[in-house]
Design a binder for this molecule. Structure first.
Ligand code: BGC
Length: 769
């Protein structure tokens, strides 16, 4: 792999530290220091403003604007109306003046700059000494957090200490709707109301087409004498504070912000203000320190239960904790109408959209850390089933076709190659149901909602596929699998394999329901008008599904004709040509055997219990050298294969990339936002790769190995209500139940019943890196 780390931040097991500020890395650092709480997210931009190139991003999950793609008007099935997450109110807005000089690190002189994100507490701090042109020195400490304890609250504290003078410092802190979208330089908000009340100020903004509304309210408290007045203009309301500074004495300003989102178009401004004011009426009783306590308490509980430790490798220790932190703050299952964008709530790239990444890469993390969140992610798909049914119709199919990219359930990807040819979002939802139910036994969800989704997905798969006349085989023509470098191909092996498994699983679930809950299946049959003949057809399609395997070599052919494609030696591509989509013409990428990300290896990973080591080996050795990992989701899957095949060095190298993808800006595009779903893949990498977890079979199965440079590592999983700890050092594996009773699992292929006393086994020699 050509990509390499761009080291900038300091190493620390629990903190992300920037010491000294590099303006070239301003936007990368803003992404890295992003905070969120599922409901909202905010980039790590400087609240006081940074004129030269700041990227202000303040997002609310599910708040978006729409646009129409006029060019596509005449083609049926091509997406016309897209939607995208928009930058919203800048609730951290601050300006600081001394003697009419404004603080702006892009032009002001400063010293002792340090920014720290403490992963244990979720608190972001930044401090420096500002040296004004007039020779005044002021120590500034900024602190902020986005409350995990109360989703709508964001909190900001500024401590100001004059170091060599007594005198005034002017601070303006407010709520600003005069914000632009970075990618389009357009403004999507109109302010429809703003007001200063006794306790607090508020501002209400509305988007143009979707007419979604965000009301932001804030109060401010100070521990020093000051003058205060309300300042406002069209899109802004705030407090102007004149602080009487005394040399060596710190003044703290606390700002608590309450952000209220109303997504329903039909709700008028009055209704929103009424609803929000009911919730903020007790503003005077909300205090910064109390919120902070709640917030820290949340994180303490997370780390107590689900930390991953790595002894002997600070890079990876810091990296994996950062990944865990980002996963929890992006999504933790508060609200089933929300999902996870490929960039979380940290930037505009990928438009805030949710992809198949959720079920494929993120769901395992939640299943084993927070099953309620896992369920809510599937609920989201259930709630958006009507849109998936609509989409299938647009594509001349029956059933439900889930979107490749979406915020509200409708397809939002206007690239027809992806939106019309990729079926993996639908099969991923089916896989998600299968995987979640297998590991949680949540049959209630399966019977009540899961099965309905499965039936509709099968209908789509049955009508999107075709019989090949000559061979009597069923398959998919004109598709694109996960590898987006092979477009409009026939019988992509991943698509066919996943469709086959979806048919089979659905038929099994229906059988199970017939014997265990006949009433529920009868009402489902009635609700969706399911015919017995359909089941027969699906079974026939599954049995006759074309899965192209070269019997001599054991290699699955990625799609028909793949083996005959011209070969590209990817190691000979100069590193300056990456990313290829910027440097190679679009069609040049598509006409050779180079692949963007795992495709055959992907279905072999999802159903890893079903393939022999030999089969994994030949396929890995064939496809890995053809893969350029242009997708950040790619390296971790390769690392998992390499671990299983005892290729420890390769496994470790791929893993380094996955855990520190953003901290070390491997892809050189962290400025656009974090690779949130790849961050989930890093967790998967440790647990499924080094831990060797297989979770698709009848029992979960651990096969741990340890990288050469590590002394030990440990991870925890929540499995059927038990918290299980797995500890691995250079010679032994210890597995025990920390909370709960007993579990039945396989370790290195042997079945054990494990309780609190746990078991200790020797690591096989081949598994020692
Ligand atoms: C990958 C897709 C992925 C998307 C969002 C693309 O580059 O090829 O598989 O769903 O990014 O992460």
């Amino acid at each position: 792999m050509q990509k390499y780390a761009d080291k900038y931040l300091k190493l620390d097991p629990w903190r992300i530290i920037e010491e000294g500020f590099d303006s070239e890395r301003c936007n990368v650092s803003e992404s890295i220091f992003s905070l969120g709480n599922e409901y909202m997210g905010v980039r790590g931009y400087f609240e006081e403003g940074y004129k030269k190139g700041e990227f202000i991003g303040s997002y609310f999950n599910g708040v978006y604007e729409e646009t129409k793609e006029a060019a596509a008007l005449h083609y049926k099935g091509i997406v016309r109306d897209t939607h995208f997450m928009i930058n919203s109110v800048n609730w951290l807005y601050t300006r600081i003046y001394v003697d009419d000089e404004i603080l702006d690190l892009s032009s002001s002189e400063f010293d002792e700059y340090k920014r720290t994100l403490d992963l244990r507490t979720g608190i972001l701090n930044r401090s420096f000494i500002w040296k004004t042109n007039g020779g005044k020195h002021i120590k500034l400490d900024f602190e902020r957090f986005v409350s995990m304890g109360s989703p709508r609250y964001g909190c900001q504290r500024i401590a100001i200490k004059p170091l060599n003078f007594d005198g005034e410092v002017k601070v303006v802190m407010g709520l600003d709707f005069d914000v632009l979208q970075k990618s389009t330089s357009k403004k999507y908000w109109t302010t429809i109301e703003r007001e200063a009340l006794e306790d607090y100020i508020y501002i209400l903004g509305k988007t143009s087409f979707t007419e979604q509304k965000v009301l932001s309210a804030s109060n401010i408290s100070l521990d020093n004498t000051h003058e205060s007045k309300v300042v406002e203009n069209e899109d802004f309301i705030g407090y102007e504070l004149i602080i009487n500074g005394t040399q060596g004495i710190e003044t703290k300003i606390d700002k608590v912000v309450f952000n209220y989102v109303e997504k329903r178009k039909e709700m008028g401004a009055d209704e929103v203000i009424k609803a929000a004011s009911k919730l903020v009426n007790n503003f005077h009783s909300i205090c910064y320190d109390k919120e902070k306590e709640k917030h820290i308490d949340y994180w303490t509980k997370v780390w107590d239960k689900f930390d991953i430790t790595v002894d002997g490798d600070m890079d990876n220790q810091q990296g994996i904790r950062y990944c865990i932190f980002q996963m929890h703050q992006t999504y933790h299952g508060e609200d089933p109408s929300l999902n996870i964008g490929a960039k979380g709530l940290t930037g505009e790239a990928y438009n805030g959209h949710t992809f198949w990444d959720t079920e494929t890469y993120c769901l395992p993390f939640y299943i084993f850390n927070n099953p309620r969140a896992a369920k809510n992610l599937l609920e989201y798909r259930y709630n958006t089933l009507p849109m998936a049914i609509e989409r299938a119709k647009q594509l001349d199919c029956d059933g439900a076709c889930y979107p490749i990219a979406t915020l509200n359930g409708k397809e939002a990807c206007s690239l027809w190659q992806h939106a019309s040819l990729q079926m993996q979002p639908s099969t991923a939802v089916a896989y998600g149901v299968f995987h979640y139910v297998k590991l949680t036994d949540d049959k209630e969800f399966l019977y009540d909602k899961g099965c309905e989704m499965l039936v509709q997905i099968c209908r789509y798969l049955a009508t999107r596929g075709d019989w090949s006349g000559q061979r009597g085989e069923f398959g998919y023509f004109g598709v694109m699998g996960p590898d987006e470098f092979q477009m409009m191909v026939n019988n992509n092996c991943y698509t066919n394999y996943m469709a086959k498994k979806t048919f089979e699983y659905t038929i099994d679930v229906i059988k199970d329901m017939k014997s265990n809950c006949p009433d529920m299946i009868s009402s489902l049959v009635e609700k969706v008008n399911l015919l017995d003949d359909e089941l027969k057809t699906w079974s026939n399609m599954a049995n006759r599904m074309k899965i192209s395997l070269d019997k001599e070599t054991g290699i699955y052919e990625q799609h028909e004709g793949y083996f005959n494609l011209p070969h590209v030696d990817i190691d000979s591509i100069p590193v300056e040509e990456f990313p290829l989509y910027n440097n190679w013409s679009y069609d040049r990428i598509y006409r050779n055997d180079m692949i963007k990300q795992p495709d055959v290896l992907m279905f072999m990973f999802l159903f890893r219990s079903e393939f022999s080591k030999k089969s994994k080996k030949v396929n890995y050795e064939y496809y890995e050298p053809r893969c350029i990992h242009e997708s950040s989701l790619s390296p971790s899957i390769h690392s998992i294969f390499a671990s299983e095949l005892n290729k420890h060095e390769e496994a470790f190298n791929f893993f380094n990339f996955a855990t520190r993808m953003d901290l070390d800006n491997y892809n050189r595009n962290t400025n656009e936002g974090l690779h949130t779903t790849s961050i989930a893949a890093a967790w998967v990498n440790i647990v499924y790769g080094f831990g060797g977890l297989k979770s698709d079979g009848d029992m979960i199965d651990l096969n741990p190995s340890i990288p050469r440079s590590w002394n030990s590592y440990s991870f925890r999983i929540l499995y059927k209500g038990n918290v299980v700890e797995v500890f691995i050092n250079k010679t032994d594996v210890k597995v025990k139940v920390l909370e709960g009773t007993k579990i039945n699992i396989n370790v290195y292929g042997r079945a054990y019943e494990i309780g609190k006393e746990g078991i200790a086994l020797e690591i096989p020699v081949g598994a020692r890196g």
